[in-house]
Design a protein around this ligand. Sequence first.
Ligand code: PLP
Length: 341
Amino acid sequence: MEKKNIDWGNIGFGYMEADYRYVSYYKDGKWDDGALVTDPNITLNECACVFQYAQTVFEGLKAYTTQDGHIVCFRPDLNASRMIDSAERLVMPPFPEDRFLDAVKQVVKANAAWVPPFGSGASLYIRPYLMGINSVIGVKPADEYMFRILVTPVGPYFKGGAKPITIKVSDYDRAAPHGTGDIKAGLNYAMSLRPIVKAHEEGFAENMYLDAATRTKVEETGGANFIFITKDGTLVTPKSNSILPSITRRSIMVVAEKYLGMKVEHREVYFDELADFAECGLCGTAAVISPVGKINDHGKEICFPAGMEEMGPYTKKLYDTLTGIQMGTIEAPEGWIYTIE
Ligand SMILES: Cc1ncc(COP(=O)(O)O)c(C=O)c1O
C-alpha cells in the first residue's frame, strides 16, 4: 500500500480528511449492516436530538504500524465496551462490540495509506461516535441513531513532544458534583472548552480538575488521567467515579506491576499530597504519557523533582514499555494487540 505523501514526523494533533469513513444507522430498533462511505459531511434535520440536547458519545483509539510492518490497534475491545457504557448513560442503543471491532478493522484497512509508518512518531487516530439523529423538541431521547468512525493521522498531543509541561488547577469544575465525567460524551467536553481556552491563554498546557463536590481530590485533565510516582517508586493513580476510566491508565497499571515490578496504588489522591510526589504525568490515547513538570495553583507552584527538562526515570520506563508494546517491539499481554492487517 502506497502511503500518502505526508511529512509524518512533523504533523500535529489535527484533523486531516482521510479517504473513507464508516457509517451505520439505527432505526426501528435495529442497526443496519453499515458501510464505508467517502463523503465526510453529514446532513441532518435542524431539530436532531444531537443538536438540541447533545445526545452524542464518542471514543478515541489509535492504529499503529509495527516494526514488522503490520497495522495494529491497542485494546479496541475496551473502547467498544466503554462506548456501550457511555451510550447507556445517555439512553442510546449500544453499538455491539463485535460490530465495533469489525467497523474499526474495515475503516482502518480502507485508509491504510493514512496510517503513519513505524518510527515516525505519528499514528492514525480513530474516532468512533454515536448520535441521536431524528427530530425531538420535548426533552427525550431520539429513536434513530447514526454510528460513525472517522480516522485522521496525528502527531504528538502536546507541543514540544516529550518535554514536561506546566498545567494549572482549573478555575472551573468539569463534571457536576454528582459526576458525569466517567463517560465519553460531547456534553462533558463542551463544559471543558472554557477552562481549556483560559488555560492556553494563560500559557498552560492543560487543566487539573479537582473533585467538584469538595475540591480537595485530584481528578483528571481535559483529555487524560493522572499518574504520580512516589519518591520510593510506587505508581499512584487517582480513583474516582467521575473521571474517564482511561484505557491507557489501566494498561500502565499492568505494565508497572507486571513488567517493571513496581508497586501500584489506585486510590483517592488529595491535592495536598502532590508536593510529596517525585514525578507526575498525564496518560491517554492522545497524550500517551506526557510528563508534567509543574502545577500552578492560582499562582502557587508545585514543582516535581524530575524537573522541566526531561521525563523522570520511572515515567520514562513506563513510556518506553507501553509504547514498545503498542509498536510491537515488546511482547504484549494476551489480547492487547488487535491486528488489522
Ligand atoms: C477526559 C479524558 N480522560 C482520560 C482520557 C484517556 O483515556 P484513554 O486512555 O482511554 O484514551 C481521555 C482520552 O480521550 C479523556 O478525554
